[in-house]
Design a protein around this ligand. Structure first.
Ligand SMILES: [Zn+2]
Length: 419
């Protein structure tokens, strides 16, 4: 009797396991599937999903600006001619006096260039054409799609798996490649060297390994390992490289030229997505910006600012805004410089959200190096990565537009010299 019961329980467990293996992945995909993109919402016609469309639209924008009588200079820098990958820079000089230069960079993290591209439209329509920008004394330089490979292939990283926003190191020779002391401790967890298996069992395995890692090394070790960037594991996540990448060389040179130019005052905005509370754009200031959070909030008339004194502030190495300040200092110029990052939150900023973000980041990187042959697994990884940087939800998309317009106006009103 007892034996029969055991047999029945065993059979039920086996059926359940088989069911989970067979149906689990599809259920996960259904749960993760983003909502279909709404037909119409603000700027809906310029929310593109492919790099080629973003680029074509940018070139059309140049024609429109020219037709409107602006003196537009376009230069396209090839990252890979065979693959049609270019960084496109649009420059419109101040018409009378070179006082201010607005510099906007998008797509430093490739996949984030999609939302960056939309924000350029918001800039032209709601900011450049208004009283906020006086074209007589203010020039504009847009460096679009800084990481075209990452855009085309929907990755945060570039063609060499380098996170470009960890690659802007002032001097590689004196730079300590072992700066991230925590990453080596958790490398095997962050960069698994195997193919993603059945999506259902992968979920269980991930959370199991996470618990083991937290017990072994502590949650802080994992979050510290992730945020700052690392320089020792070329196949890992947030790898900052070991020298200037092509995109980095180009943008460093642009920054240098702006600091050598006639312009007295430079305001730089680098557009990103993925970090912070959903439905909220955060102005994330460089550690080299002396203004604190309260001062910035008041000056910009914008509530969400993270400054060097904020609780949520975290230091990174090699990001574009820090580099701009350090170059400014190294060149000894007395020009005004404000360089900041606009970051659109996607998943959220609770503890659980940060685990989910980390999970999606690890999975995408793992699937890049060890591609799964399973169609459902590939789809789940892609859906999740998209949600992490470029959600389809109408409410999210409209809020990005509103936040960008408010913050951009606030920063420019505060930082541009008017006379
Ligand atoms: Zn980013």
């Amino acid at each position: 009797m007892k034996k029969n019961l055991l047999l029945i329980i065993g059979a039920v467990v086996l059926v359940l396991l088989l069911l989970c293996t067979a149906v689990g992945p599809q259920l996960i995909l259904m749960m993760d599937k983003q909502e279909a993109v709404a037909k119409e919402y603000r700027y809906s016609d310029v929310f593109y999903d492919e790099y080629e469309d973003v680029r074509m639209h940018l070139l059309d924008t140049v024609d429109t600006l020219k037709a409107d009588g602006h003196n537009v200079q376009l230069s396209s820098y090839a990252i890979d001619e065979k693959d049609d990958l270019y960084i496109d820079t649009i420059y419109i000089p101040a018409t009378e006096k070179q006082t201010n230069l607005i510099v906007i960079t998008t797509g430093v993290h490739g996949i984030e260039g999609y939302i960056g591209s939309v924000m350029l439209d918001v800039f032209w329509k709601e900011i450049y054409s208004t009283e906020v920008v006086n074209a007589a004394n203010t020039g504009v330089m847009i460096v679009a799609n800084v990481n075209p490979y990452g855009m085309k292939y929907h990755r945060r990283y570039n063609e060499n798996n380098v996170d470009l926003n960890r690659n802007f190191i002032l001097d590689w020779e004196s730079f300590d490649m072992t700066v991230n002391k925590d990453y080596p401790k958790v490398d095997t967890f962050l960069g698994p060297q195997s193919t993603l298996g059945n999506a259902f069992w992968h979920e269980a395995g991930f959370y199991g390994s996470l618990v083991v890692e937290v017990i072994q090394d502590g949650a802080d070790t994992i979050s510290n390992a992730l945020l700052g960037g690392q320089y020792e594991y070329p196949e890992g996540v947030y790898y900052g490289g070991n020298g200037d990448e092509s995109s980095t060389k180009y943008l460093k040179d642009v920054f240098k030229q702006t600091l050598e130019s006639e312009y007295e005052n430079i305001v730089h905005i680098d557009v990103h997505s993925g970090y912070g509370p959903r439905y909220n754009m955060v102005i994330f200031n460089s550690v080299f910006e002396t203004m604190n959070e309260a001062e910035s909030v008041q000056l910009f008339g914008y509530d969400n600012v993270i400054a060097h004194d904020s609780e949520a502030f975290y230091p990174t190495t090699g990001d574009t805004t820090d580099y701009y300040y350090r170059l400014h200092e190294q060149m000894g110029t007395d020009k005004g410089l404000f360089s900041t990052c606009f970051e659109f939150g996607t998943i959220g900023d609770s503890f659980l959200d940060s685990i989910i973000s980390m999970k999606y980041t690890i999975e995408e990187n793992q699937n890049h190096w060890y591609p799964s042959s399973n169609k459902t697994t590939n789809e789940i990884v892609k859906e999740r990565y998209q949600e992490l940087f470029y959600p389809t939800e109408k409410e999210w998309r409209e809020k990005t537009i509103a936040d960008f317009a408010t913050a951009c106006k606030g920063v420019l009103k505060a930082k541009l010299i008017t006379e």
